[in-house]
Design a protein around this ligand. Structure first.
Ligand code: CP3
Length: 352
């Protein structure tokens, strides 16, 4: 991979390794998306998964937020649901409703319907987008690859979309624990291969999104969600020990200690978690990422700046990657995202 342009801004990678940085690096989950008029304009022409599957377009959308804000990392434009697609399930993105699986997994017998994917072929468009984006970035920011976590993907594959209670997927855990474990292990294997391929294609860090971790009891998380999450990081680290792995298990504050004991280098916090308490639990075992409540971006700029300062003080200058506690919302004002990013840089420069 030596033909990639040299990384001129390594603050994100340094913070992930808990090395000293001149300022706190910052990026935003869902930084490319509908709150940007240039994304809406591009999306008006193509269906969501068409954009995802077209490397030129995915690269363009990945770069859009970096043209507006001095972000320290880019995240490749794609979706966690490309893995269920590679496993043979149909996924549609329904306007105003979100993802929809016309034929979700109805029971353990449906596991036989799942394909055995060749990740580098079936998801080759993601790798191509990463390689293109890494070149186009010219070293201005680090490039993050990602995938969904096994539990979150299993939940979508069984629910067929979003859900209030996720009772169908949780029913599997309690009625069909063996089938659940076998599905989770199968997804984990695909996740690990996919992340390794993404790194080979140019990703400089990878993040695993366990967006629905908070639906599980601590016991269910430990029994079902954690083992495949651990397996993914172990496999990626065996091949690419130097590449930071980030885990974002939304709502799973009870799992901080266990996650700190895993191969993940960085633990993402949602906004319900107290940074000082997280630091106390995690210690020097991992860097932390997060965790401003995305709704603070609806406030006036001075309020955003004050909240950023509070966040930076709570995390401290070492081993912190600033981010939101979840993704950007479609009705966020890009000008307020700019205030957030600039405030992180300004305050951390002053205090470090
Ligand atoms: O900028 C980035 O963060 C990179 C791109 C990215 C998208 N989805 C683009 C997207 C990333 C990292 C994701 C991850 C993702 N996708 C997650 C984990 C993060 C989280 O939010 O918890 C989840 C749960 C999904 C599944 C998914 N995809 C949902 C629930 C939705 C619909 C929600 C909505 O906002 O409508 C999507 C669609 C989606 N993924 C959009 C984008 C920009 C909007 C679709 C559109 O353009 O119509």
């Amino acid at each position: 991979m030596s033909d990639f342009p040299p990384l001129k801004n390594d603050t994100f990678l340094r913070a992930a390794r808990r090395e000293p940085v001149p300022y706190t690096p910052v990026w935003m989950m869902r930084q490319a998306g509908r709150y940007l008029p240039e994304y809406r304009a591009l999306r008006a022409m193509d269906a969501f998964f068409e954009v995802v599957r077209t490397p030129e377009l995915a690269t363009e959308v990945t770069l859009q937020p970096l043209r507006r804000f001095p972000l320290d990392a880019a995240i490749i434009f794609s979706d966690i649901l490309v893995i269920p697609q590679a496993l043979g399930l149909r996924v549609e993105m329904v306007k105003g409703k979100g993802p929809h699986f016309p034929e979700p997994l109805a029971g353990p017998a449906d596991l036989a319907r799942l394909a055995d994917p060749d990740v580098r072929r079936d998801l080759g468009y993601v790798m191509e987008a990463l390689t293109r984006t890494r070149h186009a970035l010219e070293g201005r920011a680090a490039l993050i690859g990602f995938c969904g976590a096994p539990w979150t993907l299993m939940a979508y594959m069984i629910e067929g979309g979003g859900s209030k209670t996720f009772s169908a997927s949780k029913t599997w855990l309690y009625r069909h624990p063996e089938a659940s474990r076998s599905l989770l292990d199968r997804i984990a294997e695909v996740c690990a291969e996919f992340l390794i391929a993404q790194i080979d294609a140019g990703a400089q860090a990878v993040q695993v999104f366990d967006s629905w971790a908070g639906l599980l009891s601590p016991e269910a998380f430990a029994a079902f969600a954690l083992p495949p999450l651990r397996a993914i990081a172990d496999r990626v680290k065996a091949v690419h020990p130097e590449v930071p792995c980030i885990v974002f298990a939304r709502g799973a504050f009870y799992a901080l200690d266990a996650l700190a004991d895993s191969a993940y280098d960085v633990i993402g916090l949602d906004w319900t978690m107290d940074p000082r308490e997280a630091r106390r639990i995690v210690g020097t075992r991992a860097a932390l990422q997060g965790n401003l409540d995305p709704c603070i971006l609806y406030a006036e700029p001075d309020v955003i700046r004050a909240e950023v300062r509070r966040m930076l003080e709570a995390f401290g200058p070492v081993g912190h990657i600033a981010n939101l506690g979840h993704g950007m919302h479609p009705d966020h004002d890009p000008a307020h995202a700019a205030v957030f990013v600039e405030a992180v840089h300004a305050f951390s420069r002053r205090t470090s």
